[in-house]
Design a protein around this ligand. Structure first.
Ligand code: NIG
Ligand code: FE
Length: 406
């Protein structure tokens, strides 16, 4: 198997910290050896082993590939007009999901697949090497099965979200729809999925209905994660913690009791800055959460309604600018935090034995991801040790971002 050494790395974020030291595991003048799909060595560039191929990072920064633990990438249509209306003052309501359901049902497998593959390329070009994808725009047995099956073609992190909203044909019969989700729909979807999710929110599913959905998924071998407290406070966090969910996502409106329960649990809180940006809701105070001891991840929640961004750098910039996270905390949340939200220890870190998923930035520090918002800073990306993206030469210049010498 051939080896690749990435050397002359000005700032390497490994996320391998010691409790008493820098928990982001930052190294300077570092090198990383890739052997096959895995990381084989990490250390000082001076002491680097020989390798078949050498990549000179030129003093720039390297971070783990982003781990985006929340997306809804299999859908038809778009909702640009809804976004435009919202920017003109209209409030976001989960009911918009139903218009995407209609467009998704009308799309063929090949149409959905082609779009999904386009999104996968879009993700790699922005440094995301692990992606979770949810169903939830089919809401019938056959359509939900299509969505989880198509998602499973591109990622192992597939989530069955049949309980996204109650579809129009079950209006006023929500409990019957929950029977369908926990019965025949789950039966055909579970073989393609790793996770079970529910939108536990006023206007979607009650805490009792949500409990039924999650518990039925667990019986089929799926692990729970929960959408909650997006539109207002509710009982979803309590339920997620009680069931040992890997993550509760959104958390825009958290009570002090929610925060205390999360801090005392293994459940990650996944914040979705793109949602607040695109719905004009208030940004959650990540500082309050981190200071209380909550593990905070960041994800894009790419979907045509509440957040149609797939850019982790954009979400990092918002988290730093408007949610009180330091750049290092935000990068951790978008890498190691996402991995924890997916209960993965082979991604989100640059450590011997981990998958060789790495991003070389065009910039000298990870701070630049927030400091230079909207600028394409992803220069090269490796996934499982394979070079999967290189930026066009004309945006490669590092001198744009500041001096590289430390
Ligand atoms: O994560 N919260 C529910 N589901 C999506 C929104 C989907 C949509 O508006 O289409 C979310 O924000
Ligand atoms: Fe979502």
């Amino acid at each position: 198997m051939s080896t690749t050494l990435i050397t002359n790395i000005g700032e390497l974020t490994t996320n391998v910290g010691s409790p008493e030291g820098d928990r982001f595991g930052t190294l300077h003048d570092a090198a990383v050896l890739i052997d096959g799909g895995r990381i084989a060595w990490v250390g000082s560039a001076d002491a680097a082993p020989v390798a078949d191929e050498i990549i000179d990072a030129g003093g720039r920064a390297v971070i783990p590939g982003f781990v985006d633990s929340h997306s809804h990438l299999v859908f038809g249509g778009d909702r640009a007009a809804e976004f435009e209306a919202r920017m003109a003052g209209q409030k976001y309501a989960a009911g918009g999901i139903r218009s995407t359901v209609a467009a998704t049902r009308a799309a063929s497998d090949d149409e959905l697949r082609a779009r999904l593959r386009g999104f996968m390329d879009e993700l790699l070009a922005q440094g995301t090497t692990t992606i979770e994808i949810k169903s939830g725009y089919g809401l019938s047995v056959t359509d939900e099965e299509r969505l989880v099956r198509l998602a499973a073609e591109v990622t192992p992190e597939v989530t069955f979200l049949g309980a996204h909203v109650v579809p129009a044909e079950y209006a006023d019969r929500a409990d019957e729809y929950v029977d369908l989700v926990t019965g025949p729909m789950l039966e055909v979807c579970a073989p393609h999925a790793r996770w079970i999710d529910v939108f536990c929110e006023t206007g979607a599913f009650s805490v009792e209905q949500s409990r039924r959905v999650l518990e039925a998924g667990v019986v089929q071998g799926l692990m729970p994660r929960v959408h909650a407290s997006q539109l207002g406070p509710g009982d979803g966090v309590r339920l997620a913690v009680e069931l040992g969910a890997a993550s509760i996502d959104h958390g825009t409106y958290l009570t002090d009791d929610d925060v205390a329960a999360l801090a005392a649990s293994d459940t990650v809180l996944t914040l979705l800055p793109g949602v607040e940006f695109s719905t004009r809701q208030p940004y959650p105070d990540a500082r309050r959460l981190i200071d209380a001891g909550v593990t905070v991840a960041l994800a894009c929640d790419t979907n045509p309604g509440s957040s149609f961004t797939s850019s982790m750098p954009f979400c990092i910039a918002i988290a730093v600018r408007d949610m009180g996270m330091t750049p290092a905390e935000a990068v951790w949340g978008a890498t190691a935090g996402g991995a924890q939200a997916l209960r993965r220890d082979d991604v989100g870190v640059i450590a011997v034995g981990a998958r060789a998923d790495l991003v070389l930035l065009t910039a000298p520090t990870r701070i630049h991801l927030a400091y230079r918002p909207g600028v394409p800073l992803v220069d090269q990306v490796w996934k499982d040790g394979v070079a999967v993206f290189a930026s066009p030469a004309e945006v490669r210049g590092t001198e744009n971002h500041g001096p590289l010498a430390r």
